[in-house]
Ligand binder design. Structure first.
Ligand SMILES: CC(C)(COP(=O)(O)OP(=O)(O)OC[C@H]1O[C@@H](n2cnc3c(N)ncnc32)[C@H](O)[C@@H]1OP(=O)(O)O)[C@@H](O)C(=O)NCCC(=O)NCCS
Length: 162
């Protein structure tokens, strides 16, 4: 298969450093709940903590040998999981979001076997919203966190488009 998932708990030091630069890039952190810069120590502690977290999985996604982004699954239960993604901010081409979303949907429904995938995004993140909608995610509720409007969306396995 042309897409490969590297579990964060198995990353090399070089891969860990690369992902920290992505996560701290303004094009990525502006869309995260935790929008502050993350230190190297905090990043390494977080990756280490994943070894004993059973309800979270984070992956570096490689497509045709290229590091295209990160996807994650949190709050995993047999019923559902909350998803997240960000594209490699140093790759200047379109289609990365679609590749990442294809990978999320396949892994979520065919490996985790959850019934539903949930997502939360800032209302101003029109690009991500359009991406989620293109894959069949529907809005459920709106909420406010730190004075920011958040849109909650979900996709049930039976409603997926592929
Ligand atoms: C969200 C993100 C992964 C999208 O990646 P991308 O490579 O730009 O997405 P794609 O090129 O695959 O585009 C997928 C779809 O997104 C939508 N889209 C892309 N650019 C858009 C834009 N400027 N405005 C509105 N919608 C847009 C379109 O629906 C597009 O489909 P189309 O090309 O058929 O019209 C990327 O922008 C990112 O990493 N953002 C920062 C992190 C983030 O916001 N994560 C999601 C919320 S947690």
């Amino acid at each position: 298969m042309s897409t490969h998932l590297c579990d964060f708990t198995t990353l090399s030091d070089t891969q860990k450093a690369m992902i920290l630069t992505w996560r701290n890039h303004e094009k990525v952190r502006a869309f995260m709940y935790h929008a502050q810069m993350i230190s190297r120590e905090e990043h390494l502690r977080f990756i280490e903590s994943l070894k004993t977290s059973h309800d979270k999985r984070y992956f570096l996604v490689q497509h045709k040998g290229v590091d295209i982004g990160v996807i994650d699954f949190t709050h995993i239960t047999p019923q559902h999981a909350t998803i997240g993604l960000y594209a490699n901010p140093n790759l200047h081409r379109t289609g990365l979001g679609k590749e990442l979303m294809n990978t999320i949907i396949t892994y979520g429904f065919e490996t985790l076997h959850v019934k539903k995938l949930c997502a939360e995004l800032f209302a101003f993140n029109t690009k991500a919203k359009a991406l989620y909608e293109a894959f069949g995610f529907c809005e459920t509720v709106h909420k406010t966190i730190n004075k920011q409007e958040i849109i909650c969306m979900e996709l049930e396995n039976e409603h997926r488009s592929f």
